[in-house]
Design a protein around this ligand. Structure first.
Ligand code: MLT
Length: 333
């Protein structure tokens, strides 16, 4: 009989889950986006594996009396109430480097896609039109790109943009000017970045300080030729303010991989030709999924088997063995 129950709340590659061998792990899949299904599945769970579709909140934790670890196959932890998990004695581990390259590559693709109106031109062609005059774009070379958030993804974007002969501005209160300069970027305050950039790309985690950071005031500073790209989290850019700015021609285009509410089907932003939209695909590459899945699975195995866990964000506060049910022996590593 398997020793540990592992609930998988979001789709993860079968190959990475294969490391959870059936003699030790009973792997059970559920639709983590449905709280009722999730709570029912968590009743026996020792571990939970998720991406961004599963909300691990206080209610989910209360439904999981045996839970010892949440493995997040990805970077963002905005769908996990880490403090509540800590109070419940549940270790939370993410995979902070697993998909940053994929997100950076998508960002560069979306910048060009927005500047060259690829999405609207493609839709026009599929609708039966051969229209070469409506889709005149702009080159990236010689333009100024503002990077909001100069962490792992922002830095990778800066490195890749170096090949395009652009000026780089960077806004990040936690990164030094020297670090920015090493990658060819000049430090700027947010207002200066918004008013001086031809392209602004957002690479921030979502938290109370970043929610709505790019709002009406910031968009009001932008050039009317600005293209705004967001591959980080919906809600950092105020969608109502962006919609107004796009409709009124105060901003030229936006490329959005993330939305305030996901799935974003029905968003009025999708009605605009000036918007390029993808359904939160930043991490959706074979390589990133494989890395993220493997790291999350390793975290689960480590936590359940008493081995060190990389990237456990609350390790200092949580003693994992405090939630081991009496019936489950903790193997000696
Ligand atoms: C992440 O935070 O890792 C990405 O947004 C991808 C995901 O949510 O799975």
């Amino acid at each position: 009989m398997s020793q540990f129950v592992v609930v998988v709340g979001d789709p993860l590659p079968a190959e990475t889950l294969a490391a959870l061998r059936p003699d030790r792990y009973d792997v059970r899949h559920c639709d983590g986006s449905d709280p009722r299904a999730l709570h029912a599945a968590l009743a026996d769970a020792h571990a939970l594996l998720i991406r961004s579709g599963t909300q691990v909140d206080a209610a989910a934790l209360a439904a999981a009396p045996h839970l010892r670890v949440v493995g997040r196959a990805g970077v963002g932890l905005d769908n996990v109430e880490v403090e509540a998990a800590t109070r419940a004695g549940v270790l939370v581990a993410n995979a902070p480097h697993s998909n940053v390259l994929s997100v950076a590559e998508l960002t560069v693709g979306l910048i060009i896609t927005s500047l060259r109106k690829v999405s609207a031109a493609g839709a026009s062609l599929r609708a039966g039109r051969w229209d070469r005059s409506s889709f005149k774009g702009t080159e990236l070379s010689g333009k100024t790109v503002g990077i909001v958030g100069f962490g792992n993804v922002g830095k990778l974007v800066a490195r890749r943009l170096a090949a395009f002969d652009v000026e780089l501005l960077a806004y990040d209160p936690y990164v030094t000017s020297q670090e920015m300069a090493l990658l060819g970027a000049r430090r700027a305050q947010l207002g200066e970045l918004m008013s001086g950039s031809d392209v602004v790309t957002v690479h921030l985690p979502k938290n109370p300080a970043t929610t709505g950071l790019i709002g009406r005031r910031e968009l009001g500073l932008a050039k009317s030729t600005l293209h705004l790209v967001n591959t980080s989290r919906g809600g950092i850019v105020d969608e109502t303010a962006l919609l107004e700015a796009l409709r009124e021609g105060r901003v030229a285009g936006a490329a959005l991989d993330v939305f305030e509410v996901e799935p974003a089907v029905g968003s009025p932003l999708l009605d605009l030709d000036s918007v390029t939209a993808t359904p939160h695909l930043g991490a959706s590459t074979a390589e990133a999924q494989d890395r993220a899945g493997r790291e999350a699975v390793e975290a689960v195995r480590g936590a359940l088997e008493g081995a060190p866990v990389d990237h456990a964000v609350n390790a200092a506060e949580v003693v994992v063995s405090s939630r081991v049910p009496a019936s489950v022996p903790v193997p000696v590593p």
